[in-house]
Design a protein around this ligand. Sequence first.
Ligand SMILES: *[C@@H]1O[C@H](CO)[C@@H](O)[C@H](O)[C@H]1NC(C)=O
Ligand SMILES: *[C@@H]1O[C@H](CO)[C@@H](O)[C@H](O)[C@H]1NC(C)=O
Ligand SMILES: *[C@@H]1O[C@H](CO)[C@@H](O)[C@H](O)[C@H]1NC(C)=O
Ligand SMILES: *[C@@H]1O[C@H](CO)[C@@H](O)[C@H](O)[C@H]1NC(C)=O
Ligand SMILES: *[C@@H]1O[C@H](CO)[C@@H](O)[C@H](O)[C@H]1NC(C)=O
Ligand SMILES: *[C@@H]1O[C@H](CO)[C@@H](O)[C@H](O)[C@H]1NC(C)=O
Ligand SMILES: *[C@@H]1O[C@H](CO)[C@@H](O)[C@H](O)[C@H]1NC(C)=O
Ligand SMILES: *[C@H]1O[C@@H](CO)[C@H](O)[C@@H](O)[C@@H]1NC(C)=O
Length: 911
Amino acid sequence: MANPFFYLALLIIFHLSMPTFSMKQTTILTDQLALLALKDNVVQDPENILTSNWSVSTPVCNWIGVSCGSKHRRVTTLDLTGFELVGTLPPHLGNLSFLSLLYLTNNSFHGRLPVQLSNLQRLKYLSFGNNSFGGEIPSWFGSLTELRSLYLYQNNFKGVIPLSLGYLPKLEMLSLYENQISGSIPSSIFNISSLQEIYLYSNMLYGSIPFISRGLLSLSVIDFSFNNLSGDIPKDLFDHLPNLKELYLEYNQLSGRIPTSLFKCKELQILYLSINQLEGSLSEEIGNLSMLQIFYISRNHFEGEIPKEIGNLTLLTAFDCAINNFTGTIPYQISNLKNLVFLNLEVNNITGSIPPQIFNISTLRDFSLASNRLSGHLPSNMGLWLPNLEGLYLGENQLIGPLPISISNASKLTVFEMSRNYFSGLVPDTLGNLRNLKVLNLGGNNLTSSGMSFLSSLINCKSLEWLLFNDNPLISGELPGLIGNLSNSLQRFYAFGCDIRGSIPSGIGNLSHLIIMGLANNELTGSIPASMGGLQELQGLYLEENKLEGSIPSELCHLNNLAYLNLTSNKLSGPIPACLGNLISLRSLFLSSNMFSSSIPSTLTGLNDLLFLDLSSNSLSGALPIDIRKWKVLINLDFSNNQLSGYIPTKVADLQDLTYFSLSNNIIIGSIPESFGDLLSLESLDLSRNNLSGEIPKSFEKLRYLKYFNVSFNRLQGEIPKGGSFGNYSIESFEGNEALCGAPQLHVPSCKPVRNSKARTKLIIYVTLPIVSTILDSLIQTMTMATIGYMGPEYGIDGIVSTKGDVYSFGILMMETITGEKPTSEMFEGERSLKSWVEESISSPLNQVVDTNLLSTIGRERLAASNCALSILRLGLECSAESPAERPDMKEVVAKLKKIKVELLRAEQCV
Ligand SMILES: *[C@@H]1O[C@H](CO)[C@@H](O)[C@H](O)[C@H]1NC(C)=O
Ligand SMILES: *[C@@H]1O[C@H](CO)[C@@H](O)[C@H](O)[C@H]1NC(C)=O
Ligand SMILES: *[C@@H]1O[C@H](CO)[C@@H](O)[C@H](O)[C@H]1NC(C)=O
Ligand SMILES: *[C@@H]1O[C@H](CO)[C@@H](O)[C@H](O)[C@H]1NC(C)=O
Ligand SMILES: *[C@@H]1O[C@H](CO)[C@@H](O)[C@H](O)[C@H]1NC(C)=O
Ligand SMILES: *[C@@H]1O[C@H](CO)[C@@H](O)[C@H](O)[C@H]1NC(C)=O
Ligand SMILES: *[C@@H]1O[C@H](CO)[C@@H](O)[C@H](O)[C@H]1NC(C)=O
Ligand SMILES: *[C@H]1O[C@@H](CO)[C@H](O)[C@@H](O)[C@@H]1NC(C)=O
């Protein structure tokens, strides 16, 4: 497109000569032709509205959506809102010279806006909202000087906001939200003294909020939320906005303090500042904003005490200051807020006891004080005046004493979250009166129960989805047989870390919607009930650290959704059932420290998505599975402390993600395969206490992550390699072998002369690109297997195994591979994560996040490797987007990786 200013100039000239021209030359026939041109440009009209109604046999002014001026009988309004039309706009629309209202909202028009629309000099109201228009917002809008409202929201407009919009002297409403507009907000916008409402949210705007230099007496709504705005909020911004009612700035990167001028906006009703980097304390002047109804400042860095003046905001319905650094106590004046529905103070550093008056706010619906340092007892009558309460979150504090029985009077209570405090005494048997209860979390307290009678009462809670009372060491007794009568909606049952005795009742198999069952760390005896095979939606079964006996019932092999199975540390015996190989959703299988015998069933290698496999400390015998390479994405493999025999399969090298591998304390024979050197992810390898012979392959020098290496007590001989990480291993790694030789500090005899070091430098230069290339290969392969490296956030929340979760984990894995930093590294504390670190640094020319080992070369080759690494990092960020919907799907990711690879190969040829 040509220079927009050129158009603007042209149009102004055109505009000056227009009135006489248009009056004389155009008629209602011109209008008809323009509308028929529009009709022609509509390619889909599912309701046949234009098709059937816009007929030349009826007068234009009678057409649906059209109306005409009463005197001149020319088209003045065209309103096609919500007709589901698909098409483009013809230039002829610019001939509707009397048009004052043009509404095409809620259709699927696409393409660019024809410049001829700038002829519509009488236009006052224009809405193209919720269509698919693209291209830049044309600067000729600036010539439509009669415009009162301009709605371009929910389209695909890109580029910047044209300065010329600031020259619309009568504009009242500007709505550009949900486009892909970038650049900064032009300060000219604030020159429009007629402006009433401005909506720019959900774009990609950056830079700081512009200054206002004159009074904007009509401006009542500013919404700049969900952008990338940064810098301080201008100090005197609010000096000029005496009638501001709603201010939305959340989800930007604004920093600094709240300007005190804000407290001059006495009309303010809604204030959203959440998710920024604002700091400082909250001024007591907040009490001056007496019209305030909604006040959100969560996820910033505010500190100091919550001022008691908050209690003067008597119209307040919602107050959220969660995830800040507020200290001090909760001002009891909050209980003056008789309209409060939503109160969230969670994740701060608030101390003292909870003012009892707060439980008198009968309007409260959601109330959270979780994750603070609150102490003291809860008032025994706390539940009596909370008829509207649905969510009560007091978890992760230091509260003591009993759970008040009166809570059963809060009859709408849906979420009751009391975990990780020091509550003691009986779990009230009256909880069953809370018929709407969905989530009950009492975990991590010091509660007791008499014969688990509370479980019987909870049978009345027909909507219960989460029942969590884990880590209450004084909850003792046997699981009642009627546990199977608990809510049919139950998804999570956490009873681990209690003192539960007896056997698991077979009625548990009735809980057909259970997703996670945690009974670990108890004193359970007897066998695993076969009825558990009926838990068709089960994804996690945790029975570790009990005293369960017998064999694994084959019915468990029917759990098609099972992803996590942990039976560690029980007294289970018999062979591992071959049918476990049917559980193709398994990601993690822990059977260690039992008495399983016989050989490892070959079917287990059919578990293609397995990430963790621990069969250690049993009595397993026979050879290692031949098809070990089928575990393409395995991360941890532990077969130690069994009686496994035979050779190490050479194909072990296909396990490209393997990080931890132990075969220690078996009776494995033969040599260590050279191909181990291809296990580039390996961090820990334990082959000690076997019967291995031959040399330690030199290829191990390639494994730069290998921190732990142990081949002690075998029958190895020859030179201990010196390169790679070998300098870091000590004598313990090599002792008890027949004839190893090498460095004197390892207490082995020295060997014959060594290799030429010049040759090695050269080798590194030629090896680096292939390393990046190998990483790419393995990433592509991992991706094609549709699998994960690390658990995505959804696993923690819903226990749901999803492919989008896989994409997330894969994104993290990509970033880890390239940066050489684990997401769990200690450099990532507090706000900083691997992701945010990559995000911050990716734009810096220094590329400081890319692992220097990957770039240890020079010149063009370094550039190629570095470009490739950056592309992978960008893709990693895309994949690990917070919201699953924003993540690309697997196919896209593979395609992108392949493209990156082609580029790398191309660059490689130029080197
Ligand atoms: C077109 O729609 C208008 C408004 O609904 C209606 O009054 C008119 O009769 C319709 N004309 C035809 C030809 O269907
Ligand atoms: C457009 O459609 C949405 C969703 O159906 C609706 O909420 C909105 O009110 C419609 N807009 C107009 C101007 O009719
Ligand atoms: C809270 O303050 C501590 C100590 O000043 C600081 O380390 C931490 O990052 C702050 N947290 C937030 C959310 O601002
Ligand atoms: C705020 O409320 C307190 C009582 O809690 C009252 O004494 C004070 O006058 C009020 N301030 C204003 C400005 O209304
Ligand atoms: C909470 O405040 C105390 C001092 O009052 C401080 O030592 C501690 O680090 C703070 N905790 C957090 C999480 O900011
Ligand atoms: C839990 O209760 C027991 C017995 O009443 C008591 O000895 C113990 O100190 C309590 N533990 C905690 C963390 O409150
Ligand atoms: C399984 O249980 C063992 C023993 O408690 C524990 O070390 C391991 O982390 C658990 N694995 C999983 C995936 O829960
Ligand atoms: C007005 O629109 C242009 C396209 O922008 C057409 O070319 C003209 O023919 C039309 N004029 C009339 C009088 O219909």
